[in-house]
Design a protein around this ligand. Structure first.
Ligand code: PA5
Length: 436
């Protein structure tokens, strides 16, 4: 079932020559990815996750989720980067915008996040919220040695043990980490936590369809099988090179734009639930392509909100940007603009129209203005926000990222630059072994 559509017509004419010239390169990159013959080919496990995730694993994840749902009002996911953003993206896209203003219902815990920053206020205020509450922890770290989640987990584990007792706490903590190595693996084995494995051949930013994303998404009450089914459907759609292949087309178009001087890609949404999807996408493309002095800078905006802040720059600033718009065709509910006798605000001309119709006209008007202003525009239409569609979109972007990185001539599956700040921080904090 096709539920996402890519339209490049408003980007093509900005870089038509480059796009034509890149056909062979896009076919070669896609073939390299599919045949596992390129750089970083030991990190391609994500390609097969949709079809290789067994029904046994899905059932086990759902059973763990049910246990946490039954025993917790809050479940804190502790992790950062690829061990945070995928779950946050999907859970935000599928949640009610105001879910955190409602009290938790029985068997419907609120999923919270920690370890994605080192803010003393953040962790202290989270502790305050959790005081006296039934809570559990999913601690996620592939390396098992990342500082941010290690600090948050140490604090939250201590709190849970103090409040629930060490024995009960053990059953309320689930660790997702490497099969054998890392401090978190050692700790989880010693303490007897339930654990899930992050496959060796799946990098953090490609791990949302492993237990890293699947468990927190299941705990939030979403159907992870549908997410995997959507991804499997997209895997079939993109596996062969073809002018109709949407992932190949997206990768080819963005490289053509890059070659024509468009160095920044802005992922645009008109639906606030997609804010964190853009954060996930930024890590995916930023860490995959930003290396060797190359790479499109991935940015994002939430429209129409940011049209009132960033709109001026996008319309009139330096012409080095292009936009990729995520447009959701069908909102979940229907609401129309009411009529008002006094009409003091002058919007009676909108009375009776759906709020979404106004949003769609804002989108179209923005596209016309930006294209006119020299900003190429690609548009990805999603039928609706549900698990299946998000599964498709995740796999689409992951696959296109691999193709695009190979076209750019980088290894899209390593991240040597992520280590630089850590070395300095460890030195400043006098971590043993880093004093020199
Ligand atoms: O993509 C990456 O590898 C990083 O962004 C990691 O996801 C992030 O640093 C978290 O790493 P870990 O899961 O090992 O704690």
């Amino acid at each position: 079932m096709k539920t996402i559509n890519l339209d490049i017509q408003h980007a093509l004419f900005f870089a038509e020559k480059q796009y034509e010239a890149l056909e062979a390169s896009s076919v070669e990159a896609l073939t390299t990815l599919e045949k596992h013959t390129g750089a970083g080919n030991d990190f391609l496990g994500w390609l097969d996750l949709p079809k290789e995730t067994t029904s046994e694993l899905v059932a086990r994840i759902n059973a763990t989720a049910k246990r946490l749902q039954e025993n917790c009002d809050y479940v804190v996911c502790v992790g950062i980067g690829g061990s945070f953003l995928g779950a946050k993206a999907v859970n935000t896209a599928l949640a009610d915008n105001f879910e955190y203003y409602y009290a938790p219902n029985p068997n419907e815990p609120k999923v919270l996040y920690a370890g994605q920053n080192i803010s003393e206020d953040y962790i202290s205020e989270l502790e305050k919220l959790l005081t006296g509450k039934r809570f559990g922890i999913i601690v996620i770290s592939k390396s098992g040695t990342t500082t941010e989640p290690a600090i948050a987990f140490r604090i939250l584990k201590e709190k849970l043990e103090n409040e629930a007792g060490k024995d009960a706490a053990k059953d309320l903590i689930v660790a997702i980490t490497d099969e054998k190595k890392g401090a978190l693996r050692t700790l989880a084995d010693q303490e007897g936590y339930e654990t899930y494995i992050i496959p060796d051949n799946v990098g953090g930013r490609f791990s949302v369809l492993t237990p890293v994303g699947l468990l927190p998404i299941a705990v939030a009450g979403h159907d992870i099988q549908k997410l995997l089914d959507g991804a499997a459907n997209m895997a079939q759609t993109v596996e062969h090179p073809s002018p109709e292949n949407p992932a190949q087309t997206y990768a080819r178009m963005r490289n053509a734009l890059y070659q024509s001087g468009k160095k920044i890609e802005i992922l645009v949404n008109f639906e606030p639930k997609l804010h964190y999807f853009a954060e996930w996408w930024k890590q995916l493309y930023g860490e995959s392509e930003g290396k060797d002095g190359k790479g499109i800078f991935p940015a994002s905006v939430d429209f129409t909100t940011d049209l009132h802040s960033m709109g001026q720059w996008i319309q009139d600033g330096e012409r080095t940007i292009f936009e990729t718009v995520l447009s959701v065709a069908k909102p979940a509910v229907e609401r129309r603009v009411p009529s008002d006798e006094a009409n003091l605000d002058g919007i009676n001309y909108l009375a009776g129209k759906r709020v979404d119709e106004v949003n769609k006209m804002a989108e179209l008007g923005t596209q016309m203005a930006h294209v006119e202003g020299g900003v190429p525009n690609m548009r990805i239409e999603l039928d609706r926000l549900d698990e299946y569609t998000l599964g498709q979109l995740i796999y689409f972007f992951e696959f296109a990222c691999g193709v695009s990185g190979y076209m750019l001539g980088v290894n899209p599956f390593n991240q040597p630059g992520v280590e630089a700040y850590k070395k300095n921080m460890f030195k400043l904090l006098k971590k043993p072994g880093y004093e020199a």
